[in-house]
Structure formats: C-alpha cells, structure tokens
Design a protein around this ligand. Sequence first.
Ligand code: NAD
Length: 492
Amino acid sequence: MAEQRQCDNFIGGVFVAPAGGEYMDVTSPADGSVCAKVAVSGTADVDAAVTAAKKALPQWKGLTIKSRAACMFKLHHLVQEHALELATLCTLENGKTIAESLAEVAKGNETIEWACSLPQLAQGNILQVSRGVMCHDENEPLGVVGCIVPFNFPFMVPCWTTPIALTMGNAVVLKTSEKAPMAMTRFAELVKEAGVPDGVFSIVHGTVDAVNAVCDHEDICAVSFVGSSRVARIVHQRCSALGKRVLALGGAKNHLVALPDCDVAMTAADIVSSFCGCAGQRCMAASVLLTVTAQPGLLDEVVAKASELTAGQGAGNLGPVIDEASQKRILSYIEEAEAGGAKILLDGRSWQSAQPKGTWLGPTVILHTKKTDRALQDEIFGPVLSVLEVPDRETAIAIENAHPAGNAASVYTNSGAAADWFSHHFRASQIGVNVGVAVPREPFSFGGMYGTISKFGEHDITGTGAMNFFSQKRKITTKWSKFDMGDAAQFK
Ligand code: NAD
C-alpha cells in the first residue's frame, strides 16, 4: 500500500490548506484503502486563488505568446520525464491499469504539445480589405478562467483545457475531482517548474461548494466543465445566468452498429477494448452494440475476447470501477436486465467475490430483447456492453438518433457506402468507422452534439475549439494618411 498523501490547494505558487481546514478521503478503488486526503474548499479558497491570479495576470498576458509557449515546451518535457510517476498516481486514485494511465499521460501531453504551436495557430487573419485599409485579428486572453473536471481521466481531461487556456494568456483556476486529485496536485509543481509564474495556475480542490464558488465568482469570466450531464446542466445554467462564457460537456451513451459484412475478428477486438478499456469509465466507451440482423459469430467472438481479460492494474488488464456507489449502480443495471428477461452472455459479477478488497467488476455482455431496458438507456459507466439485434440499418439509426445523448457513435463494416450513410445519419458528433473509441486528436476539437445532454454551451474543447473558447477575437482595422510613394519631399 502506498504512503498516504495530502492534496492541498495550490494558490500563488504554494500549497495551502483550505480555509475551513476540512479534508476528505481519497480511496484507492483497487483495495479501498485511503491513499490521500484532499482539501475541501469553498468561496474563501476560490477567492484567494482568483486574487493571486489577478495579481499575476498583467505580467503573464503581457508576455508574447511565444514566451508563454516556451513554458509549455518545458512543461511537455517535464511531463514526459515524470510520466511514470504521474501515471502511477492516476492508477492509484482512479483504478485504471498502469498501461492505461501511461497512455492517458501521453495523450494529455499531446495537448500540451499542441499548445506549443499556438504562436503559429493563433495569428488570425490579416488582409488589405480596401486600398490602404488593413484589417487583422488579435486573439486576446479572457482573464481568469475556471476549469472543472471529472474523475475518469485525472490527468488528460485537465490537460484538454489548462495548457491552451494558459498559452492564450489566461490565468486558470482548476477544480479537480475530489475522487482523483493526486496527479494534478503533482502537475501543479511541474507547471511551476516549467516557468509559469506563481498565481497564473491554481488548484482548488473540493466538491459542490468549490464548483459553485468557481461558477459564481465575479472575476472568473469563463468556465469549462467536463463531467456528468446532470452537473453539466447545473454548471451551464449557473454560469449562463451570470452572463459567463461556459462550455459544459456531459455524459454519453455511445452506440456501435455492426453490419453483417464487418470483419469479425477486428470488430470484436475493437468492441471489447471500447467497452472494457478504463473499466468502461470513458465518455467515449461503447455502451450499446446494435447488430444489424443476428450475428452469433460476432457475439461469440466478443465474449471470447472479453473473457480473456484478467483483473489487475499491472499484470492484469482490467482495473476496478471508481467506488462502491458506482459498483452498486452498475450491478443494479445487470440485475434488472436479467430479471426482465435479458440473457447474460458474459457475467462479470463473479469478480466481486474473487477480489477480497476494492470495487472490481468483470466484463459483462447482456443480450437484450426489449429496447426499453434501462441498461440500454442510461449511461452505465462500467465494463458492460448491452447488445440488441435490429432488423435493418434504419432501425439502428432510429435508436441512436432517439437517444438524448450525442457524444459518439461507430459503425463496423467493409462497405464504404454503408460507412458514409451511417456517418451522415448518426446524431452524435464524434463518429467512428471501424473505430470504437473515435476520439478526435489534435488539431481536431472534442465535444458532443449541440442540443443533447452531452454538451451544453458553445465551442468545443481541445484543439482550435479550446483556442477560440479561451480567447476573445478582436478585429483591428487601420488606415494611415495617404502618401505618394513618388514624393521624396514628405520624408524630409
Ligand atoms: P460528476 O459530474 O459527478 O463530477 C464532475 C465534477 O463536478 C467534479 O469535479 C465534481 O466534484 C463536481 N460535482 C459533482 N456533483 C456536483 C454538483 N451537484 N454540483 C456541482 N458540482 C458537482 O462526473 P464524474 O462522475 O466525475 O465523471 C463521470 C462523468 O463525466 C460521466 O458522465 C462521463 O461521461 C463524463 N465525462 C464526459 C466527458 C466528455 O467529454 N463529454 C469526458 C469525461 C467524462
């Protein structure tokens, strides 16, 4: 068991105890032990972070973007150097395997790498719009911005926004997940070591009160949120009511459609890594598999591949789910489906008793007969795949389109025409063709479909979406008094 750590707030470049002196336990999902104590913050702590940020901001935003990006180059190097340490913290607090944590750190570092290219990308347009009249864009920092993040990617999701917001000249107040605050606490030290001035990057840990304080603070002008749809809606409403710029990404229910012509071996392997990777706790995880006509061969292969997974974070390749509440919730979906007549093709419930401690649950595949089953509707957020056989592609699309979420959807086929048809008929905004976790990589932005429970607000996160979200475009139009190039006298 690892030593217990203390995650204090990071304000003005130093770690400080929360104003109220309160801490809560961070438990390791693998064995239920307390691996850290995390600060529980409120208005006074957010206020202190904003005060430090406002003090540091003039100098930071006064630097050239190239100088700010230079800090990101150093940060990228530092994250690479400390990748194993950061990944070990992610595994400890979140439960995912060490291989998954290393991939998470590498993926987060890709956004830092992308932020290094902002001096080239943030230039904007410049054009002589009429004779003698020039127009150019400037992307100005917004000021102090807030970023609120979930537990499932303790390192990567904060990196979706933080490096870009900082490089665009803002000061960031980050509210970590109280379930997984350790990797970011260590990251704060690396940000400082990279040369980001004290106060420009702060961490305020905590729960609801800290989130509300970030949303309500009059000097925090923009807020990004990633988490469940329930809280995304709250944060969006709260910030919008105060006239703030807000982007709140919520939960998902991702549909995969397998057509009869799909490559069975590749499709099965991809589906298993989609619904079991990170113990199914990815907003991009496969949740529902719609097979167009019955495909027993594919299901057999999915079950066989998923059965090969073993419990563990190092030697094993499937970690636990985050906590008991989550485990209980996931079990309730399996039990309810079974009681309602669904067939459990692979039952991961046995993993609970096989592991003496922690919140373990093996891969579970459910073959439903009723499309109204709750497991087919709600985001389960665990290693559970709900399968439904549908007669044709129109039925598959109707089911996907009718769902209130709109995060991701994929089709498995060997037909380009069918792939095109699905790509343009899915409702979700992130589409995979023979790819079960269709995460767009920089420079692409990331975000669910507008008007669904997967996204509340404008813009997207990561890539150019985040560059635009964390800056104010200013258009400057100039005209100077006309002079005659042939008249040398005017220069005397
Ligand atoms: P969550 O909504 O419970 O928590 C997210 C953040 O909100 C945390 O920092 C938490 O402290 C805070 N919070 C929780 N309850 C709150 C409340 N009542 N009022 C104010 N703040 C509150 O989400 P989670 O369980 O940490 O993360 C899992 C969810 O995040 C899943 O639904 C998943 O799909 C979603 N997610 C979405 C994306 C995406 O890009 N759309 C990415 C990752 C995770």
